[in-house]
Design a protein. Sequence first.
Length: 320
Amino acid sequence: MVQVKICGICDASSAAAAVEAGADLIGFHTRSYVVQFLNCCERILGLRVDRTRDEVATHRGPVRVGVFPLGIPADYFATLAASPRVQERTQRIRRALRTPHVVLGVDRLDYTKGILERFLAVERLLQQHAEFIGRFVFVQIAAPSRSALEEYQHFEARVRTLAARINARFGRDGYQPIHLKVEHHPPQIVNEYYRAANVCVVTSLHDGMNLVAKEFIASRDDEQGVLVLSQFTGAARELHDALLVNPYHGEQCAEALYRALIMPADEQRVRMRSMRRLVQEFNVYRWAGAMLLDAARLRHRRRVSQRIVEHQREATPLPE
């Protein structure tokens, strides 16, 4: 029986666990993860690796390693965004924020998501382009993550402190440039913010894929909005019409934010239409189907190999 094992990280322990679990097919989001996994198997676990076929030799037989970028149920997000309730709530959010420019971040409250880095980019943007003060709001939805751990408590404190400092510097008459929402939001509420935002910012310092980027795109059936996306996400390998940034480069991120805010509607439409086609085509169902099809090919190949061995055994005369 051919099993399917999906892995999202790559280090020596995960490589060993995946191989020892008896997986016959192991999938990763990006090609670089496949290469790192094969390196771990070869250099640390001492296994023989066939890089032409992307296979690892084990005592049970070859383990196939493939690239399967994770998709989303794009139709679900598009249908949800088009519902009258979401449309009405979207307008309500915009009226409540009282600004023509809404920028959105949606993440777990985790240091790998680049939240501090994007806040610093917002600060630099407002410093360099004062015309956006009072006309720009950054909404950061940050779902609490591992909040029982002291390291994450310290990180949350840093995020709150930085947001408060930027708000104190640029806020005025009830206006605050950063709206920090450290709480869990159900998918429907997040979808409402996807539709209300002019720009979605994903500045992960390291991310296997990042589905927020794809969810934002799937929610924009109006073909408007701009995605600012970290080059260190798996999604950046697919979403070439996003504005790609190095989240460690504050000046570059601030410039990308400015470019996103002033981007003409026609350019937004061309970019969003291209990314929506990709997200809709390479959805979660195609992702699963690709793995199952690869598993079926592997199963067929093993059956053929087994028949050849049996045929050779039958054709070999017994010793007298």
